[in-house]
Write a protein that binds this ligand. Sequence first.
Ligand code: COA
Length: 261
Amino acid sequence: MSPSYETLLLERRGRVAIVTINRPDKRNALNIKTREEGAALLEQLRADDAVGVVVFTGAGDKAFVAGADIAEFAGRTAMMQRDVMAARSLFTAIDTFPKPIIAMINGYCLGGGCELALACDIRIASENASFGQPEINLGIIPGGGGTQRLTRLVGEGRAMELILTGDIIDAKTAFAIGLVNYVVPADQLEAKTMEVANRIAEKGPIALRLAKEAVKLASRSNLDEGLRREVDLFALCFSTEDKDEGVKAFLEKRKPAFKGK
Ligand code: COA
């Protein structure tokens, strides 16, 4: 039996697992429990061959995630905070997850919420979503990858402005600067997300995993190293049954049936 979680909901739709952060009264703010449960749930989904794609979202229609749980910051020392970040980081668990992860963003996507979305592979937002790194207003800075991942995604000038001002931007602006892949009306958010998720979930799991690994190398290595590793990962695909099936299906003018082998 699957373990149950206090702060998360899990729903399976075909090969897509939808993880809902379920603290709507607190605008789905990330407390220690949510982070621990999120990392544990991802470990469970990592090992589950029936899951091809994961979608992260927030409960209710107000927030995706409104950041770290600020109430937990009160009275916390530097060393305590360091331990919290080091122990089972949800952001690292997302970043190193071998299957595609989509953030379905339905409201406030702030601070640690924006960092959670940034750790995902694709971001799809409703028109009423808003984005920001408002940590500066609390006398702190982003600590869940915001200074690094936001900068890589939207460039130093945009990231610097968002992080230094703490300003909140709307979904259209987030789209314009490349922070999200799509903006859709709120009533179409789920359908659009599922359409993208299902399209990806049909592909070969090993090729997806290697493609994700290769793309992530682009911002973590120099060009020569990245190109070398890409060739290795590309060649590795030739050891799979899925590659034989994909090529055969193309030549036979039919849809491939990938097995993840
Ligand atoms: N941490 C802890 N609690 C939070 C929270 C957070 N990041 N964001 C919202 N909440 C709580 C509020 O304290 C309030 O709790 P209460 O009902 O017990 O008083 C509840 O969620 C609803 O928040 P409220 O501010 O009344 O909702 P709103 O819709 O008017 O505003 C926000 C929503 C997100 C704009 C506002 O809550 C906010 O600015 N949150 C903090 C955002 C932030 O700075 N994030 C970065 C943290 S590092």
